[in-house]
Write a protein that binds this ligand. Structure first.
Ligand code: IVH
Length: 671
């Protein structure tokens, strides 16, 4: 292209197209073209701008890549100050917040916008006539730092707004790093021998405050808007929720998790549902924010110190805490894996008291530089096993000592081996090692495997130590009398255990495969194998190639499965289990109980739903791990009320069980 007029026209078209694809990709999460095609458009624009530099404009997507470094950030005054939020610490604080608001506004119920509290760095983005012209950090709330060049590199910030933009628009929001991108970034830091970031928020903050925008450009930051600052002409929307939708229509990314809720019950349900899904969100949140939705009402509420009275933040329990490593022990798993476990000074984190945390393996322990006596950061997120994130070497006492992996199994004394290409050290004792036997049996009896109620850790310790049981099949020949003879075992509990052993014989193929404890075969893989093969025999005779045809199964897992079934001891055990009456309905293959965000929670459905039948709702709740029961009790977590809900709804109210509507249910389900 050598003609300036043509080039000008083409550049305009390309910028619009690239902007649109950017928005589809980052804001709407719905890309339309392959990456290669996007790259082609981008290169074409770069070529044009290289040939005609006078065509380069500030809103050109080519200008994101990171300009020259600055010496320091210049101050930017916020026209409307960037305030902070008051915090709630208990459910009662939230009920008080609602009550105070109702009293001030003289209303019986209030509508709120409920939103995630993004865990990042607050910024203000200034758009003038739809063009991104300046961006600043919060600073002290009145004056922030000009980080425009760095913000330009953030791909989901539009450089030009779509639709009719106001004269001046200050958008408030948070710069964050998605969890996946954080992992990727730390992986890159590790490879390059650089220091890893502690968490996504620190990484985001560090990346945005780089004097060299090229560094920021290399970090996959994102922006999510949560409100407005200064705007000219005045905002015409009556509600905060409408403002958020409008921002989205301009091409500004907003969270899809915001909901309109009413009254204290609505606030509580939102908090609980978001807490349940916290782990599955792509970015970190540290709580929720509630805002009175109507702008006119917001204005009537006034301010306390530096925070508005119309909004409040309710944080989730902290997921990280500091404590001290008292000792490091070794645990021997059912596959013989030796896992170092930190014994901790008890610490309250993620809603529970933690006294042990896994250190995974030797390499991890070295990498994290954890010594006995160290002060460490412990993390417990959701239902995930607590782990030691890092140590604080600067607080290491003189008495601290390092830990060495043993060369002999601490349980059976067999040699420990660690192939050079593996991170895990293993006891070579196999079935000789009581620890491995016990672990394998515990796994076999566990709730998600054969679900033998009453056969827990302590009883397994006893029956193995007494020589009553060596392999899983032996469990089915236990007699009531042999159990009664054990110390601390009553007639009644022995009878119950035997009963649940007998009941466990009826199972599903998926559960059975999982219960076998094949290395690398977890619950999901077991379910997949059951679905694919339909019966046990087909699985047992499958070769490596056939196994790799199963969705999501690769060479490592295939090899573990083949090795397992090649071992005659395992095949004998299976024969004996089946001879003892363990069986399943082959047509029900794969229908193990599913895990999911709702696991452990029971629902009751009542009334007519709009978008699905009650049956469909049941299936979807079960797919998300929940359970649906026919009647309401105190143990019911949620009653889902549709049109014309009747006595079950009344009962829910009487028992104080949370009631949610169909929309709220949809928000809880796996998409
Ligand atoms: S609204 C006037 N909404 O939390 C109220 N803030 O503790 C202004 N934050 O500085 C804030 N998510 O950086 C609001 N959905 C959200 C938010 C949010 C995160 C941050 C924000 C603010 C801090 C206050």
């Amino acid at each position: 292209m050598h003609d300036l007029t043509d080039a000008t026209a083409r550049a305009v078209v390309l910028r619009a197209e690239i902007g649109e694809h950017n928005q589809r990709y980052y804001v709407l999460d719905d890309p339309q073209i392959p990456d290669a095609e996007y790259d082609r458009l981008f290169r074409e624009l770069e070529d044009i701008e290289a040939e005609f530099p006078q065509l380069r404009s500030v809103d050109s997507p080519t200008q994101r890549v990171g300009s020259t470094p600055v010496e320091k950030f210049l101050p930017v005054e916020h026209v409307v100050p960037m305030l902070s939020l008051s915090n709630a610490f208990t459910d009662e604080d939230i009920r008080n917040f609602d009550r105070r608001s109702r009293e001030t506004l003289e209303l019986t119920t209030i509508e709120y916008s409920a939103e995630p509290k993004f865990d990042g760095l607050a910024v203000n983005l200034r758009f003038e006539r739809g063009i991104f012209v300046r961006g600043a950090t919060r600073g002290d709330g009145s004056t922030g730092e000009d980080v425009t060049q760095n913000l330009r590199t953030i791909r989901n910030i539009p450089l030009r707004l779509s639709g009719s933009a106001p004269e001046i628009l200050d958008v408030r929001g948070e710069v964050i790093l998605f969890k996946d991108d954080f992992e990727l970034l730390n992986h890159r830091q590790r490879e390059a021998g650089n220091k890893e970031f502690v968490n996504p928020r620190n990484a985001a903050a560090g990346s945005l405050r780089q004097l060299n925008p090229k560094i920021t450009a290399s970090r996959p930051l994102r922006f999510l808007a949560y409100g407005l600052g200064h705007i000219l002409p005045q905002n015409q929307f009556r509600k905060h929720s409408e403002t958020l939708s409008w921002l989205k229509s301009l091409g500004i990314p907003v969270s899809t998790e915001a909901r309109i809720v009413t009254g204290p019950d609505g606030l509580q349900t939102y908090y609980e549902s978001l807490q349940l899904r916290r782990e599955s969100l792509p970015y970190e949140i540290d709580g929720v924010v509630y805002k009175i939705n109507e702008t006119a009402l917001q204005e009537r509420m006034g301010f306390v110190a530096r925070a508005p009275r119309f909004a409040i933040a309710y944080k989730f329990p902290a997921q990280e805490a500091l404590t001290v490593v008292l000792d490091i022990d070794i645990q021997v798993g059912r596959t013989g894996a030796l896992t170092p476990v930190a014994r901790l000074s008890p610490v309250f984190v993620g809603g529970v008291t933690v006294t042990n945390a896994t250190l995974h393996n030797e390499e991890e322990l070295r990498r994290k530089d954890i010594w006995i006596g160290d002060t460490v950061v412990v993390r417990r997120a959701g239902d995930v096993i607590p782990e030691v994130v890092r140590s604080l070497p600067e607080r290491r006492p003189g008495t601290a000592r390092t830990f060495a992996m043993p060369t002999r199994c601490p349980i059976c004394g067999s040699a420990v081996s660690r192939p050079s290409d593996e991170a895990v050290a293993r006891c070579t004792g196999g079935a000789v090692c009581p620890a491995q036997r016990k672990q394998a049996l515990m796994h076999f009896a566990s709730r998600r495997a054969m679900n033998i109620e009453g056969l827990g850790d302590k009883l397994i310790d006893q029956i193995v130590d007494a020589g009553l049981v060596t392999t899983a099949a032996d469990i089915y020949s236990l007699s009531q009398q042999s159990l009664v003879d054990l110390p601390r075992m009553g007639e009644k509990s022995a009878k119950n255990v035997i009963e649940s052993i007998l009941n466990s014989r009826r199972t599903t193929l998926a559960r059975f495969i999982y219960a076998l404890g094949i290395r690398n075969v977890g619950e999901a893989t077991a379910a997949e194998l059951a679905r694919y093969f339909g019966n046990l025999n087909a699985l047992m005779v499958a070769d490596i190639e056939q196994l790799q045809d199963v969705p999501d199964i690769g060479p490592t897992v295939s090899e573990s499965i083949c090795d397992f079934f090649a071992d005659t001891r395992n095949r004998d055990n299976i024969d004996r289990l089946q001879a003892a009456g363990v069986s399943w309905d082959e047509t029900l293959a794969g229908s193990g109980q599913s895990r999911g965000p709702l696991s452990g929670h029971t629902f009751v459905l009542t009334g007519t739903l709009r978008t699905m039948t009650r049956d469909e709702a049941r299936v979807r709740i079960e797919q998300s791990g929940g359970k649906v029961l026919g009647s309401v009790s105190k143990k019911t977590k949620w009653v889902v009320a549709g049109e014309d809900a009747g006595s079950k709804l009344e009962k829910a109210h009487a028992l104080g069980v949370s009631v949610i509507d169909e929309n709220e249910l949809l928000g809880l389900l796996i998409k």
